[in-house]
Design a protein around this ligand. Structure first.
Ligand SMILES: Cc1ncc(COP(=O)(O)O)c(C=O)c1O
Length: 385
């Protein structure tokens, strides 16, 4: 049996999406900017995808900019805001547990004369609201906080974060990285008082290399690329029509497949955990308590074992998981996210992320728990611990 539990790294594209993208490449290959019927057909595909995406926000198509993924959406939001608003202020705020596509933009901007503040989180991964309130000042132009953390699933209280920021400085913009939550949790941008939200297609069974940035109408950004007038000049370049059409379809299919799941994501996560607990092996949950975290992400430490060795032990049993986040799991450094929770030593070295999707089943999570327990026992016996 093969059980893929690395869905926060990427997901398997739905077959319907592969079929649609194939058809678009073969038959609807016009340039959306062309005036003839092939161009119009391609433009209509973009419009349809834009409407599907907009339905997650405020139903305004003109508030969606298609990008090459979550990384580019984050870069456009953070650097685009900094460059456009630098005359108003030079202060930027983010959290200690953001994705590298946000953190490295902050590092770049810090080198360009901006002041960057990194707000800590508690052991559950939740942002320190008092620290945030103290950090926002008249010079603050942007606060960038993720919705769901990709490594340990903490959900940030954006409905409290937004008002704290806007009360201190109504002109400061709020950017939310919603790459891990799109189509899984509601994105109430008005309640959050958010101005910019980043999304990615490949975390929801869509194609890799496509995403979007939602921006509240009137939010001013500096483009990072210069060229034609595609995406209102904020993201020039001939649109990746097959992938964007696939992104739009992924959104509607996620909705349908989530509602048809026999056992919801949270139920699958809790059953997995329960079976691991019943197996009697020694492990600890990192980050939020399982019921408070995102329904699809679970980070566990197996003290005494090395994450990478266990990962390969699981792979031999057909179970695919991540150590840290896939984006930097090839780097030997420990995860900055788990370190920000206060994890150290054996707990830090032995952390694995199990991440679920609509395609996982109850039988699979039970199988994965049994295989994990067996792999842990085998390694522990070998190491005599
Ligand atoms: C929270 C978060 N933000 C941004 C990204 C980057 O998205 P993409 O892979 O589409 O560039 C990821 C991908 O892992 C992520 O998990």
């Amino acid at each position: 049996m093969e059980v893929y539990l690395d869905n926060s790294a990427t997901t398997r594209p739905f077959p319907e999406i592969i079929d649609l993208m194939d058809r678009v490449q073969r038959e609807m290959y016009g340039n959306p900017s062309s005036l003839h019927e092939k161009g119009v057909a391609a433009e209509q595909l973009l419009g349809k995808a834009r409407r599907s995406l907009a339905s997650f926000f405020r139903d305004r198509e003109k508030e969606i900019i298609f990008t090459s993924g979550g990384t580019e959406a984050n870069n456009l939001a953070v650097i685009g805001t900094a460059l456009r608003h630098c005359r108003r202020g030079k202060h930027l705020i983010t959290s200690a547990v953001e994705h590298p596509s946000v953190l490295n933009c902050f590092r770049f901007l810090a080198g360009e004369g901006f002041r960057a503040s990194y707000i800590p989180v508690d052991k559950n991964g939740t942002l320190d609201l008092d620290e945030l309130e103290r950090a926002v000042d008249e010079d603050t132009i942007l606060v960038s906080i993720m919705h769901v953390n990709n490594e340990m699933g903490a959900i940030q209280p954006l409905q409290e974060i937004g008002p704290v920021i806007k009360k201190r400085n109504p002109a400061a913009l709020l950017h939310v990285d919603a790459v891990q939550s799109l189509a899984k949790l509601p994105l109430p941008v008005d309640l959050w008082q958010a101005d910019l939200v980043s999304c990615s297609a490949h975390k929801i069974h869509g194609p890799r290399g496509t995403g979007c940035l939602w921006f509240r109408e009137g939010t001013l950004l500096q483009p990072l690329l210069y060229g034609g007038n595609q995406e209102i000049g904020l993201r020039p370049g001939t649109e990746n029509t097959p992938a964007i059409a696939g992104f739009g379809l992924a959104i509607s299919l996620m909705d349908e497949k989530l509602s048809k799941m026999e056992n919801g994501l949270m139920e699958l996560k809790l059953v997995f955990l329960e079976h691991l607990q019943d197996s009697g092996i020694h492990f600890a949950v990192n980050g939020p308590s399982p019921v408070e975290g995102a329904p699809h992400i679970l980070n566990l430490s197996f003290p005494g074992l090395k994450a990478e060795v266990l990962l390969h032990g699981l792979e031999e049993r057909g179970i695919y998981v991540s150590s840290g986040s896939a984006c930097h799991s090839r780097r030997p450094e420990p995860s900055h996210v788990l370190a920000a929770l206060g994890l150290e030593g054996e707990k830090l070295d032995s952390a694995l992320r199990f991440s679920l999707s609509v395609e996982n089943t109850l039988a699979e999570v039970k199988e994965a728990a049994a295989a994990t327990a067996a792999a842990v026992r085998e390694l522990a016996a070998f190491l005599k611990i």
